[in-house]
Each structure stands twice: as structure tokens, then as C-alpha cells.
Design a binder for this molecule. Structure first.
Ligand code: GCV
Length: 674
């Protein structure tokens, strides 16, 4: 009798426990970070909204008066930002009575740059074809509206619709009509439309003989084109230009300067309040150090650009590598407006397959001190606008990976306020994106899900640096920009990894010191000397600035060789840790999202091992040193990896097998090392 009572009690307890198990909310990532908040219209309807001309145009003030919640704003756009700020505060549990939140954006220009082509492919896009659907007759209005909401909710206010490697046809009548249709939708969300132009458009579209910016016919053509565009889109933002860069034509082809070219376009859009964003991403194949070139070309032009020209500079001097120092140009130009260009899409950080939260990358850059006007001259303060190369496409979740959505979010938040911390932003994003399971207290959700996922995000970029290119190594990737290729040669040295790592039997690293390429002196003191000194250079940038012997003693007391091996190993351990943490989060997350992230982490781990095996294995053929005893042995011998790269599909995306392993192709015919 007693026994059966006990059994009954035990069964009841088990049932109770089963019933109180958290039930994950059904979600699939398509609501992005708008998942957890009240709908926009509900929030708007629940407040008293007013305009306050004393507030900055895009600013807002949320407060309570006489028990009523109010949002005052400087404009319609400001009100929109205020409503979304309230939505966020509600989700974060910060919207209780007495809320008093007054904000305005730090930068006026907060743009996404879409590298979308008119055939709907997306250069460096890993989330499907172009979200604008250039090739289909109908404009995808629902998606564009959703995009507008997402951008507005994080404070973005501009979009360059097409690739900087531009097709001149973007400026023909048919495409401009479509651009107008898109602009009409985006305007409702406070987003201005901009276009990338091809320098040779007057030649391609109307048969002009030249693209010389000082030729009156060319100038007249651009003026007429600007008038046509503004006739269709009165609030058109302006042009983004890639000129004399990577094969794109530009004013230098006619013996003119970047300033001549930019100013000619600036004159055409000035009557309408338009701007020209002129990219500083320039480098020629013959220069001894690609990292020097932007300063070499643009510093002599300082002060020569028209008022409505902004020079748009990539965060680092090379090209969106997992870690670069900030571009020295930010600390050099004084009389030229500058704009930051970050890359949200993960061209060099595992596409949309790897978790690589960029909040930390961008925080590191924006907080860097250029010393231009003395200590405290951070990069954030040097620039007047901020652009991010978008990671969006037609995928239902927009980004190809739920965890990649965090980068779009982080970009918007930092563009609004570059002083926000990466960790705070990660926390906000997790709370807004993932719904609390039923049957779980908010406190438990915090401890069991939010904190671990936030921790994963925060550690993720450093993990990628470790398993791809640690200690300042850079540009070690293979042709597709996915996966390792430290051995790769080619006709153009500055497109090959050996140009950057300079590894040989003696040592490794690019000497950018005063006895090398002199790049350190493009930075202001005291940074120039800090980078120049072997002892003072931060070790995370050691091989960016210095060529060191393999047995150089690092700060840990280990040799450079051992330290490199340890970093690669550490990267793999980190991804293993992410996998383990994520497995523990299964009870709290919808199966669709759980499976998506689990699969991607599996891919990331296999890719990380491939990176380690290829890089450490290849460098070992030169250093001829054994692996340190405290790292795991390589999985794959270098002979099976060297001269090989991953199979790509027709869009250039890497192919993985059913076990999430990269499909490595047989060796290609060797090109001689330069
Ligand atoms: C749009 C890198 C990328 C190119 C890109 C270029 C740029 O080289 O690989 O795809 O072209 O940067 O920023 O212009």
C-alpha cells in the first residue's frame, strides 16, 4: 500500500516536472529583432505624440506627464525613432513609470551600402539574391517595407541600392523608374535612397567620347542626369563612387584627381542638397605596401573637396580583414569630411556560416585614438557619417543566418550612437530576437539563455581572428575569400597571401616599421612609435606591423611560432565551447532556430579546423618546427590541403557535405609564387 502511494506520488511529481518544462516559443528568425516587442502601431496608439521644434530633427524625448506617456520629436522621423526606442525599452524592462529618455543620432548619415547587381546577384552577399529583385517586373513591396521597419527601428536613414562596382544601366530610364518606386516606399520609413554610379556612365549611356571631369560636355551630362533623378526622387540622397579602384574607371584615367572627379559630381547634385560619397579604397599593383596607399593618394587632396563631398574610408587600411588597425587616413585628413565604411556582410569571416559578432570589431575601431587633435581624437569623432556594407538578401530571415542579424542590428545602433558598448548591443539584440519560453521566469531566462548567448556573441569575433588570422596576420584566404590559402600565388602580388604574411624559413610578418614600408608613420604620435616598437606594438597586431623570427620571444615567454600555433588552437577550442553552450540552450529555443544554429556551428568548427590545419601546416613547412606540446595535433596533413580550395556553387558559395565538412577540391595547377 505504502509502496504504491509512493509510486503515485513519484509519478505525479514527474508529471508536474514535465508540465513545468519550459515550452520554447515557435519562431523561425524571420521576425528578426522585432520579434519580442509590441507592434509599432500599438505603441504609437498608446502614447501622446507631439512635435517639439527645439529637439534635433531626428531626435525624440519620451517621458511621462500626468500619468500619460508622451513622445515629443523633432520631426516625423524623430517620432518613429522614439516609438522604436520605447519598444526596445519595453522589451528590456526599462519602460516603467518615470521613463525619461531623450536621444538624437550622433551622425546625420547612417547608411547601408548594398552591393546588389542588376542581375540580382549580390557581390559578397550570403543571404540570397538581391532584395530589390531588379529583374522581376514587380517591386517586392512587402519585403521593402519590412526592411524599412528594421532599418528605422535601429535608426538607419539611408540606403545605397546598388553595387559600388556599378552597372551604368542603373541610371537609364527604366532603372530610375524602379529606383523611384523603391525610394517612394523607403521614404515612409525615413530612409533616403542613394545610388552607386559608374564613372563611365556618360560614355556607356549616351555615347560621349570622354569621362573627363573637366570636360564641359561631361559636366553637362551629369547635371542633366542629376536633374532627371531629382525630378523623379526629390529627396534623392546622392552618389557613392568607386573610382580608379580594382579596375573601375575614374578621373585619373583622364589625368585628373579624385577631387576633380568628386567635385564635378558634387556640383551636379548640390542644387538639390545631394552629396557625393567618394571611396578611398584605392591601391595599385605596384606599390610596396597596399596599406600605405589611401593616405598617399588622399592626403595631398585634403581641403580640395567640395563641401558636399565625403570621403568614405574602410575601417582598416587593407580590406575588412578579421582584425586590422584603423585606417591611418582617419587621423590624417583635417579639411575633408570623412565617413566610415564597415562591412556587415562577412566576406572574410566565414560568410553567413560563421558566428562572428561585429559589435566588438566596430567598437574597437570607433574607440581607437587617432591623436589627430591630441588624445581623445577617436575614430568615432573624426567621421561625420557611417556606412555599412549590408548582409541582406532575399532569404526569409534577410541575413542567411539568425546570428548574422546581430551585425545589422549592431551596425544600426552604433551608427546612432557610437559610444554604445558592444556588449550592451548584443544583450539588446538577444532579448529582442529570442522569445522567452512559456513556463520560465524572466530571471531564469536571463541566466539560462540570454547570458550564455550574449557571451557566445561577445567571444565570437576573437575566435574567428584566432582560427583564421591571429596576431595581426591578414589576407590569408583563398580566391573565393572563404577558407585558407596562405600558399596562393597569382599574377598580382597584392592579391596573394604571401605578399602579406611574408613567411619564410626565418620568420613571418609584414614589416611596416620605419625600417620597412614606413606605414607606422602614417599614424600620429604616440601611436606611430607604439606600433614601430617591437616591444610596444600590441601583440594582436604584431605581424601586421613587424616581421619577426620564428623564435622571437613574445610577451608570454613563448616563441612567435608557438604563440601562433596556440592562437589557432584557441580558436578551435572557442568554437567547441560555443557548440557546447548552444547545446545547453536547446530547451529554451524553437527547434527551427536551434537546428539552424547547431548546423552552422558544426560547419564553423569544421571550417576552423581546416583553417588551422592549412595555416599552421603550411607555415610549418617553412618554420620546420614542431607544434608546441599543449596544442592538439593537426587533423589533416598539409599535403592534403595545400594548393586546394573549397568547392563553390555558381554564386561562389562554399559547398559543405552532409556532415558540414567543407568539400575540398583536388589541387589546381600551381601558379608560381611571386
Ligand atoms: C565591391 C573587396 C571585395 C570586392 C569589393 C571591393 C570594394 O576587394 O572583395 O568584392 O567590391 O572590396 O570594396 O570595392
Amino acid at each position: 500500500m505504502r509502496k504504491s502511494l509512493l509510486l503515485t506520488l513519484l509519478a505525479a511529481a514527474a508529471l508536474l516536472a514535465a508540465c513545468s518544462k519550459p515550452v520554447p516559443a515557435p519562431q523561425d528568425g524571420t521576425a528578426l529583432w522585432l520579434a519580442a516587442g509590441r507592434p509599432y502601431a500599438d505603441i504609437l496608439a498608446s502614447v501622446q505624440a507631439g512635435t517639439d521644434p527645439a529637439l534635433p530633427p531626428e531626435g525624440f524625448h519620451i517621458y511621462d506627464r500626468d500619468g500619460v506617456r508622451r513622445i515629443d520629436a523633432g520631426s516625423e522621423a524623430g517620432l518613429r525613432y522614439g516609438v522604436y526606442a520605447l519598444q526596445r525599452a519595453e522589451v528590456l524592462g526599462q519602460a516603467g513609470p518615470g521613463l525619461d529618455l531623450q536621444e538624437a543620432p550622433f551622425y546625420d548619415l547612417r547608411l547601408l551600402n548594398h552591393w546588389d547587381n542588376l542581375d540580382d546577384t549580390v557581390e559578397r552577399g550570403y543571404a540570397g539574391l538581391s532584395m530589390w529583385e531588379w529583374t522581376s517586373p514587380a517591386v517586392p513591396e512587402a519585403r521593402i517595407r519590412r526592411y524599412g521597419e528594421l532599418c528605422a527601428s535601429v535608426g538607419l536613414n539611408g540606403a545605397v541600392l546598388n553595387n559600388v562596382n556599378s552597372n551604368p544601366l542603373i541610371l537609364d530610364a527604366a532603372h530610375l523608374a524602379r529606383v523611384r518606386a523603391i525610394a517612394d516606399i523607403l521614404r515612409e520609413y525615413g530612409i533616403r535612397t542613394y545610388l552607386s554610379i559608374k564613372w563611365t556612365s556618360p560614355i556607356a549611356l549616351d555615347g560621349l567620347k570622354s569621362g573627363d571631369p573637366l570636360d564641359p560636355k561631361v559636366r553637362a551630362w551629369w547635371k542633366a542626369k542629376a536633374a532627371e533623378i531629382y525630378g523623379l526622387i526629390p529627396d534623392f540622397g546622392g552618389f557613392l563612387v568607386k573610382a580608379n579602384s580594382e579596375g573601375q574607371a575614374g578621373p585619373q584615367d583622364y589625368g585628373r584627381t579624385h577631387a576633380d572627379g568628386a567635385n564635378m559630381l558634387a556640383e551636379a547634385v548640390a542644387p538639390y542638397g545631394g552629396i557625393v560619397m567618394w571611396r578611398a579604397f584605392v591601391y595599385s599593383p605596384t606599390s610596396p605596401d597596399r596599406a600605405n596607399q589611401a593616405v598617399e593618394e588622399f592626403l595631398p587632396l585634403d581641403g580640395k573637396f567640395a563641401d558636399n563631398v565625403i570621403v568614405q574610408i574602410k575601417n582598416g587600411p587593407v580590406d575588412f580583414q578579421p582584425r586590422e588597425p584603423f585606417s591611418p587616413l582617419f587621423g590624417k585628413l583635417r579639411d575633408t569630411k570623412m565617413m566610415m565604411e564597415f562591412q556587415i556582410t562577412q566576406e572574410y569571416l566565414g560568410f553567413s556560416n560563421h558566428m562572428a559578432y561585429h559589435g566588438t570589431t566596430w567598437e574597437e575601431c570607433l574607440d581607437s585614438d587617432t591623436y589627430r587633435d591630441g588624445p581623445g581624437s577617436t575614430v568615432a569623432k573624426m567621421v561625420t557619417g557611417i556606412a555599412g556594407v549590408a548582409n541582406t538578401g532575399q532569404d526569409p530571415n534577410f541575413c542567411g543566418y539568425v546570428l548574422a542579424q546581430a551585425n545589422w542590428y549592431a551596425f544600426g545602433r552604433l551608427a546612432w550612437n557610437p559610444e554604445l558598448g558592444a556588449e550592451q548591443i548584443a544583450d539588446e539584440w538577444v532579448r529582442q530576437t529570442f522569445l522567452k519560453p512559456e513556463g520560465l521566469s524572466a530571471k531564469a531566462f536571463d541566466a539560462k539563455f540570454i547570458a550564455p548567448l550574449r557571451g557566445m556573441l561577445m567571444a565570437s569575433r576573437e575566435a574567428v581572428v584566432d582560427y583564421e588570422m591571429p596576431m595581426g596576420l591578414h589576407h590569408l584566404f583563398a580566391g573565393s575569400h572563404y577558407g585558407p590559402g596562405p600558399w596562393e600565388g597569382g599574377s598580382r602580388p597584392d592579391w596573394t597571401p604571401p605578399y602579406y604574411h611574408k613567411a619564410d624559413a626565418e620568420g613571418i610578418g609584414f614589416d611596416r616599421t620605419r625600417s620597412g614600408s614606413g606605414n607606422v608613420d602614417q599614424y600620429n604620435e604616440p601611436l606611430a612609435s607604439t606600433y614601430n616598437g617591437l616591444d610596444t606594438c600590441p601583440e594582436e597586431l604584431l605581424l601586421w606591423f613587424h616581421h619577426v623570427p620564428w623564435d622571437y620571444q613574445t610577451k608570454s615567454g613563448r616563441t612567435a611560432w608557438d604563440e601562433i600555433c596556440l592562437h589557432y588552437d584557441r580558436g578551435i577550442r572557442a568554437v567547441e565551447g560555443f557548440r557546447k553552450t548552444w547545446a545547453g540552450l536547446q530547451p529554451y529555443v524553437a527547434p527551427a532556430l536551434y537546428d539552424e544554429v547547431s548546423g552552422k556551428l558544426e560547419t564553423q568548427l569544421n571550417d576552423a579546423k581546416w583553417w588551422r590545419d592549412a595555416c599552421v601546416g603550411y607555415f610549418q613547412t617553412l618554420s620546420k618546427r614542431p607544434l608546441p606540446t599543449d596544442v592538439a595535433p593537426l587533423d589533416t596533413p598539409i599535403d592534403s590541403l595545400i594548393w586546394r580550395s573549397v568547392q563553390s556553387d555558381r554564386y561562389g558559395l562554399p559547398v559543405h557535405d552532409a556532415q558540414h565538412r567543407p568539400v575540398i577540391l583536388p589541387p589546381r595547377p600551381r601558379r608560381p609564387r611571386p
